[in-house]
Design a protein around this ligand. Sequence first.
Ligand SMILES: Cc1ncc(COP(=O)(O)O)c(C=O)c1O
Length: 403
Amino acid sequence: MKPSKTMRAKTANSVTEDEGMIYLDHNATTPVHDRVFEVMVPYLRQHFGNASSFYRIAREAKDILEQSRKNIAACIGAEHDEIVFTSGGTEADNLAIRGAARALHHKGNHIITSSIEHQAVLRTCQALEKEGYRVTYLPVGSQGVVNPDDVRCNIRSDTILISIMYANNETGVIQPVDAIGQIAREADVVFHTDAVQAVGKIPVQVDVQAVDLLSLSAHKMYGPKGTGALYVKRRTPLEPVLTGGPHEYALRAGTENIAGIVGCAAAGSLALASLAEDAQHMSRLRDRFETALMEQIEAVTINGQSAPRISNTSNVSFAGMDSESVLLHLDLRGIYASAGSACTTGSAEPSRVLLAMGLSKQEAQGALRFSFGKDNTEEDIDCVVDALVDISGILRSISSVAV
Ligand SMILES: Cc1ncc(COP(=O)(O)O)c(C=O)c1O
């Protein structure tokens, strides 16, 4: 069966068509929006100046850099001088966690994070443990939510940093960032949130939320790969991780990727402009998808279904099926989804996020992530459900696990 695809609107994807493909992996990455591409191109060729030089084309680069900083700041309610551009979400997480840990080492060496963080946070914390820092990895409940009381109970006199993600990349579950931020503020502990999957999908307002450091990434919101930013609330102690020239308030050395930064800011502004409309469209798709799956396929569980979720993400366990086999069958039909996060693809291990939520190894191994985008249609959803009905029939007929 070769699925057909009708574009809802030519908002983002008009040049990336693999005719007939259905792309349901927008949490892994998104295509660059047409408008974003258009605004980036001049900065690759005509306006190629180095923003640190002094002549006209350099000043133009500097001007657009500062305008982009204002634009991305406006997307999250920050001030322009609170934005540090980075090479993406991973670098923003590294700068936040390593930078704050080092800057605050004189005060203590204890960090609180959760067991469901992205590898960019988890591995950074693990690396800091090797340097002598102590890290508490908080558990989550069955719906994948960190309990703010657990955060409160684990704060000690030597706690210097709390890092809890905004929305989980595998399940879409939104964490109680406001409550955790308040707890951190009352305890005078720096609070970082990895908002890579939240910015551009749900409202994020650092000016009214108790957040000190916040990571975002352009390629999750129809911007280019290799660009992102860290919001750094004024007076938050932070040491640079990349050292060199005094770029980005001396917090991130290296000649600025002007075209990427322009693309990042444009993507953020476009996402903000259609946030409510996109969220409504995607939650309609997700509800249609989940309802149809539950009706048409036996033994299906939607992971994190009762928790608040970003509207584009559906994490589904199919009992008696192995996610890699399902993905392979979907791939053959031109349908692209994922098992767990893109960064862990290829690992035979079941998702640690789902294990942390209390799923058995087998349940976690049968889980897939479907993440919808602006251009997906109801027709796409129906087509994917039909494919999954078919595939579950095939795989379960040869599975030794009783459903
Ligand atoms: C929650 C989260 N944090 C961080 C990252 C890393 O972002 P980047 O790919 O821009 O380095 C990702 C990407 O998958 C993510 O989902």
